[in-house]
Design a protein around this ligand. Structure first.
Ligand SMILES: [Zn+2]
Length: 390
């Protein structure tokens, strides 16, 4: 009995030490998992800088809300924060909320077993109610973005409606130092009741729902799941509720069967916020040409990722090659950007370095009009048409 008590006391002391000292090592951990892995020392030309400064840029996915960092301050760790979004001239950043991370994430197959997101919430000193609940972790990340908005002195605005986005866009083009955020759920395993949980997410400001993340869930299969199944009855009901609220469906990480099922029954255009394409990098994570065509026929939008496993190499040329493959296949208007900044990936530059995409698009022969569309206008039109009016 005394031995058990001693063991419990030792575990408690160890957890207290780990908890109290986490700020000391979280920055080092983040520098390791969210690396800037530039093969080249990029230097943008005056021409590309001039054009870049006139663009309205939208990035369809980052995971920066997972970071322990204060995103109002510029950091040398990770890929993005509000000052770097402003420096990179990113007018609108979609902030994903990931809430379930397997202990050993595998792009081919994950069981819904042991996850570490709760332990990471503990290490990052998130509230106690987030340690054991994926839904609370999503809502907490939503509240983090609202707190940032409150403390940003007008530098960050959260977009919830298309009217608001149109007004914000006009102000942005008058060249003030501002940026905007839009909340997206990465993985609908947090949804266990319809309409209850969906409406709660909507009320918190979530406007995009990624149906699956790294594991299968009650709605359907993940590309990385154990079964990789299609849309379930529960998933169909959830989809109907999301469409009624004019939430946007994100098929990133959805299994092939789920992608097909959703495209067959959805009544609104969908997005794939951060992906690569098999035509440039053939792996389980990426979209096939047939899937790209089906998404384009639906009027959907495809955000090309910046990281090596998505586009084949950690460099800007590989990113633009994937953009080119997609636009050659289905037309420019379906192509957008989906960096996955701070998503546990290596990228060739951080949010402040977005000009390198503009430079490489120019180098590969895209016209000014096409560059404006890819960098943000396609996503702007998509969001204006898809978000609730007010
Ligand atoms: Zn993702």
């Amino acid at each position: 009995m005394i031995i058990i008590v001693k063991i419990l006391i030792a575990i408690a002391v160890l957890l207290i030490v780990i908890y109290a000292s986490s700020p000391l090592y979280l920055q080092a951990v983040e520098k390791r998992i969210n690396r800037i892995d530039g093969a080249e020392d990029y230097k943008a030309s005056k021409n590309s800088k001039d054009l870049h400064s006139t663009l309205f840029i939208i990035d369809l996915h980052c995971d920066s809300l997972l970071s322990y960092r204060n995103l109002l301050q510029r950091s040398s760790a990770g890929h993005s924060d509000i000052p770097r979004l402003v420096e990179g001239n990113i007018g609108l950043q979609v902030f994903g909320a990931a809430t379930l991370i397997p202990l050993f994430p595998d792009m081919e197959k994950n069981d819904t077993g042991l996850g570490i997101a709760g332990f990471l919430a503990f290490l990052k000193h998130w509230p106690l109610n987030t340690w054991f609940s994926p839904k609370n972790r999503a809502l907490y990340q939503g509240s983090k973005l609202h707190n940032l908005e409150d403390k940003s002195k007008g530098a960050l605005e959260i977009i919830k409606t298309s009217n608001q986005l149109e007004n914000y866009y006009k102000r942005y083009m008058e060249k003030t130092h501002i940026t905007a955020g839009l909340l997206a759920l990465e993985g609908a395993h947090v949804i266990n009741s319809i309409p209850g949980d969906i409406d709660e997410l909507f009320d918190q400001g979530f406007r995009i729902i990624g149906l699956t993340h790294l594991t299968d869930n009650k709605l359907g299969g993940s590309r990385h799941g154990a079964q990789k199944g299609g849309l379930t009855e529960f998933g169909k009901n959830a989809l109907r509720r999301m469409e009624k609220l004019e939430m946007i469906i994100d098929l990133t990480h959805a299994s092939s069967k789920l992608t097909e099922d959703v495209l067959n029954i959805c009544s609104r255009p969908v997005m794939v916020s951060h992906t690569g394409v098999k035509g440039c990098m053939n792996n389980n994570r990426n979209l096939s040409d047939r899937q790209i065509q089906a998404i384009a026929e639906n009027g959907g939008l495809i955000g090309i990722g910046f990281w090596k496993e998505a586009v084949g190499k950690s460099n800007v040329e590989a990113i633009v090659n994937s953009i080119k493959h997609t636009s050659d296949l289905v037309g420019i208007k379906h192509v957008a950007l989906g960096s996955d900044f701070d998503g546990g990936v290596s990228v060739p530059f951080d949010a402040a370095g977005m000009v390198h995409i503009t430079e490489e698009l120019m180098r590969q022969g895209f016209s000014e009009r096409e560059i404006r569309m890819i960098m943000g206008e396609n996503a702007l039109n998509f969001l204006i048409n898809s978000l609730p009016k007010q």
